[in-house]
Design a protein around this ligand. Structure first.
Ligand code: SF4
Ligand code: SF4
Ligand code: SF4
Length: 174
């Protein structure tokens, strides 16, 4: 554990940024780290400087006191404020894409059930979502994987909680 986290005052300060539902005590494979955080596992100290720096409020400390993205709180605007706030060798803004994430649409999508909904398509800043009609009044959500930046806007906007963005298995942080 980094020395900064052993200090009770510092610990109490960091607890304010903890996500309320996540009480695990070790890093999660499912955690999404900030964009461009390519040296995260090796160099993130859990100092939490990136947490209040995010203007979208989508970074919180997870159960291991490490910063994780929560797209249910908002979307990443790729403003780079998290990278600016970090004093360790964690971020490399020259890498593309900014992160390796998978995005899926579950069967409970309203459009796929025949209920009119275009919330994800309407909010997508990249116009990466098409929702062509299918037979029987249903529609199908199709995400262009190459255009999609994994900004997370559609996950938070989906009223059915059908969209899920997760770390690509190969790149999951341990
Ligand atoms: S790039 Fe900006 S919006 Fe995205 S996580 Fe970092 S600080 Fe937040
Ligand atoms: S917002 Fe959700 S429920 Fe609506 S069409 Fe998109 S994936 Fe389906
Ligand atoms: S995650 Fe991809 S599909 Fe969803 S809003 Fe962002 S760019 Fe569009």
């Amino acid at each position: 554990m980094p020395d900064t986290l052993k200090d009770p005052g510092r610990r109490a300060f960091l607890d304010r940024f903890r996500s309320g539902t996540d009480v695990q005590s070790r890093p999660e494979l499912s955690a999404i780290r900030p964009p461009w955080a390519v040296q995260f596992d090796a160099n993130c100290t859990g100092c939490a400087d990136c947490v209040p720096a995010c203007p979208e409020g989508i970074i919180a400390l997870d159960g291991a006191n490490l910063p994780a993205i929560d797209f249910n709180k908002g979307e990443c605007s790729f403003c780079e404020a998290c990278a600016d706030a970090c004093s360790e060798n964690v971020f490399d803004r020259s890498v593309e894409p900014a992160w390796h994430l998978d995005i899926t649409v579950a069967k409970n999508c309203f459009a796929e059930q025949g209920i009119y909904c275009r919330s994800c398509g309407d909010i997508c800043p990249e116009r990466a979502i098409r929702i062509p009609p299918q037979l029987g009044g249903r529609a199908r959500v199709i995400i262009d994987s190459d255009t999609c930046t994994r900004c997370g806007a559609c996950q938070g906007a989906c009223p059915a909680d059908a969209i899920l963005i997760t770390p690509h298995k190969e790149y999951a942080h341990e």
